[in-house]
Write a protein that binds this ligand. Sequence first.
Ligand SMILES: Nc1nc2c(ncn2[C@@H]2O[C@H](COP(=O)(O)OP(=O)(O)O)[C@@H](O)[C@H]2O)c(=O)[nH]1
Ligand SMILES: [Mg+2]
Length: 343
Amino acid sequence: MHPFSKIRNIHRSEELLDIVFHRASRLSLDVSRRASPIAKARKREVARVRFISYNLVEYLESMVKVFPNLDEIHPFYRELADILVGIDKLKEVLASIEGAARVIKKIASQKMRVIKFSEYPKQASQARIEAYARISSVINKLASRLDFLIDASKILSKLPTVNTDEFTVVVAGYPNTGKSSFVSAVSSAKPEIAEYPFTTKKIILGHFSYNDSRCQIIDTPGILDRPMRERNPIELQAITAIRHIANVVVFIMDPSLSCGYPLEGQLELLSEVRETFPTLPLVVVINKVDLMSSKDLEEVKKKVDNPIGMVAIQNIGVQEALEAAMKAGKLQGDLRYAKGTAL
Ligand SMILES: Nc1nc2c(ncn2[C@@H]2O[C@H](COP(=O)(O)OP(=O)(O)O)[C@@H](O)[C@H]2O)c(=O)[nH]1
Ligand SMILES: [Mg+2]
């Protein structure tokens, strides 16, 4: 579950009007046959206006209610929502939907008064027609906002469910260096493992326990695996969002070059990731040491501080790498730790 998981199907304005007016037209009323024509008309028209306004107001209010308070959600989700749909726009749209509900209530109560005091059946039905027209126009004016909300809800409801309270390891490094192999070796996640770069495109979550605490590990294909200059503003903000949940970054390198990227580029990305998360602890892991001569490995080790050697696919050094990450992330037995933003 995440803050936007309760959002449900939203109707476009025409659909909404069709549904409600169709139901109103089939309203059955128990009006005494002996009642006078004007008494019948008043009763019938009031019931229609009440039905229409009640249902629309109910629908609009409940639509707003399923959205979380955007000022109170975790910064990770606020940041993502802001990147993906725009928080200000979303707030404006929700506020105008609430406003529309209030206007509909007002129109309905005014027109119901007119109906109750009408002297002829024609007058009553005329007031009902006016109420319908004004209420429809309020809903029609919401058209573009409802369309926005439909698009927004499709995007927001699909956000990953990240536990913002759990200790979180974020994995970075060039494509093909072994990030997914590492994540699947330490956690329950079974990410796609492929020879080709950019095969996995989503944030991939895995879970593991450490000192009896549930922890989370995040694989970030397409996000923390390329130089800064190649990233667009949206990706840069996605990185900012990740900072809100990360406790430690594991940076995976493949100096064997079997990943297809030279060591210089990987070292550059390493310093960029360090700059991007200046307050976060970071552990460097050298993967695929099975493909390297010990001489080459020694050379690489001189260029990074305290790296941990690993062969992810043989489960060599995997636990050591995780252990180092947990230590660097200062996870104590009692789980007193701080997320990146709190530092
Ligand atoms: N020889 C060797 N190959 C590895 C190792 N770790 C991963 N690989 C291979 O490298 C390729 C890329 O690994 P993957 O985990 O998908 O990298 P990612 O793109 O960073 O997620 C896959 O073919 C893996 O089987 C390792 O330690 N040694
Ligand atoms: Mg991968």
